[in-house]
Design a protein around this ligand. Structure first.
Ligand SMILES: Nc1ncnc2c1ncn2[C@@H]1O[C@H](COP(=O)(O)OP(=O)(O)OP(=O)(O)O)[C@@H](O)[C@H]1O
Ligand SMILES: [Mg+2]
Length: 406
């Protein structure tokens, strides 16, 4: 099938030929509305007029950056990786991603479950919603998807097949290499608010800081540990009181264990900084710290648990080491993942200050003085994370750095 960009009306023509979707809606009359507030793609909600509770999402990639237009080309192949990652994550743990009803790589589109009672987590955090299941559910999702797509579980050939299936996501990986690890730390035309900013000048000249960023960029470029979401900020999580769902894995690739955890950690810390500076709500700040701690510690425990349940793998061949040595090895291994996460969190935190893609918690602060205060705190935390990530021992040390930053 040749690629064609759909619109509100051709979306309905398209699905009329898709059996699985027509089975879902039966004979109902349908309506399509464009709902996407994202930067990259078109997102339509298709609803039954007879039963508005029946709805699906159709997401299509266009061969350019949607929010800029055709003058900013970006390969629509990114949808192939989003489809593959949604399917892979669903196969590992179906409750944490929307179910795919139909996918078409030629048309760069996916039709998936509409999450009707969830909201984007970032919005909920800004509004001080406490999600009691978040740390339990996200730690399960991340421990399972990272463990079961790694060489700690897969055979050598399956792991290489996984890399083949995902690591040609070259354009989006390059975008991260540039935006997460490079441009935001140097004079660059894509940066925001750097002109005459003394803190920006200082950051761009901070060689010690920039060398540490390079260490993590190198890991990002070369370490093929496990299948990552690739952009797991709180805008890629849809959540409600009882459920947590991950969407938008178009940056998926097989990369370092610590990257997704670090990105999520950084976004939770950004929320903490926002509430420190803007709402000054101590109870909510405490909840955020507790969630960070629970998320990180549960992740480690669950990852080790999956490992202990797993039979021998490409890495730990039966009979190679005695059990006591293996247990010590595993504890050392998970600590390294944790430390790298802190390093990646530093990259994600600091790139959001001057880089092109800001986060609402910081860039969205309207009062210039408060925004500058928040940016200063974010950069301070990021610097401390970066300088100490290789020696961090436990979650409490992270929380101390976050709490002490002024
Ligand atoms: N399965 C879903 N159920 C309900 N709403 C959804 C679903 N998928 C996406 N959305 C809504 O559409 C918005 C845009 O989706 P998404 O983030 O996947 O698009 P994108 O173009 O890739 O965005 P970005 O610029 O963040 O990359 C989401 O913020 C969410 O509000
Ligand atoms: Mg996206």
């Amino acid at each position: 099938m040749n690629y064609k960009k759909l619109d509100k009306s051709t979306v309905l023509d398209y699905i009329s030929d898709v059996k699985s979707v027509m089975n879902y809606f039966g004979q109902d009359e349908l309506q399509a509305d464009e709902i996407g507030d994202g930067n990259l793609n078109y997102v339509y909600k298709i609803t039954s007029l007879q039963d508005p509770k029946k709805a699906l999402i159709l997401k299509q990639a266009v061969p350019y950056l949607r929010c800029v237009g055709e003058e900013f080309p970006l390969g629509r192949e990114r949808m192939n990786y989003e489809i593959r990652a949604l399917q892979k994550f669903y196969a590992i743990f179906p409750s944490f991603v929307p179910k795919v009803h139909h996918a078409n790589e030629d048309m760069s589109l996916v039709i998936m479950e509409y999450l009707d009672s969830h909201i984007i987590m970032r919005k909920g955090l800004l509004n001080k919603v406490e999600y009691k299941n978040f740390s339990e559910q996200m730690s399960t999702f991340m421990a399972a998807t990272l463990f079961y797509t790694s060489s700690l579980h897969l055979s050598s050939s399956d792991k290489r097949a996984l890399i083949d299936r995902f690591n040609s996501n070259v354009e989006l990986c390059k975008l991260s290499e540039d935006l997460v690890f490079s441009f935001a730390f140097m004079e660059h035309e894509t940066n925001i608010n750097t002109k005459d900013d003394e803190c920006a000048k200082k950051l761009f000249l901070d060689v010690e800081f920039k060398e540490k960023i390079l260490e993590l960029k190198y890991k990002f470029m070369t370490q093929n540990d496990a299948l990552l979401h690739g952009d797991l900020h709180t805008g890629s999580i849809m959540i409600n009181d009882s459920e947590t769902c991950v969407i938008d894995p178009e940056f998926a690739f097989v990369g370092p264990f610590g990257f997704d955890i670090g990105v999520l950690l950084a976004n939770l810390v950004s929320s903490y900084v926002y509430h420190s500076v803007v709402t000054k709500d101590d109870a909510y700040k405490e909840w955020l710290l507790l969630s960070i701690k629970e998320f990180l510690s549960k992740f480690q425990a669950k990852f080790l648990n999956f490992w202990s349940e797993s039979a021998s793998s490409a890495l730990l061949v039966d009979g190679y080491l005695d059990n006591a040595t293996i247990e010590l090895y595993k504890v050392k291994f998970i600590k390294e993942i944790f430390r790298d996460s802190v390093g990646f969190a530093a990259c994600e935190l600091s790139r959001r200050v001057y880089g092109v893609a800001g986060v609402e918690e910081i860039r969205g602060i309207e009062d210039v003085n408060l925004r500058a205060e928040a940016e200063g705190i974010v950069l301070k935390i990021a610097r401390e994370f970066l300088m100490s990530y290789k020696n961090i021992q436990n979650c409490d040390e992270i929380l101390e750095i976050v709490k002490d930053a002024r």
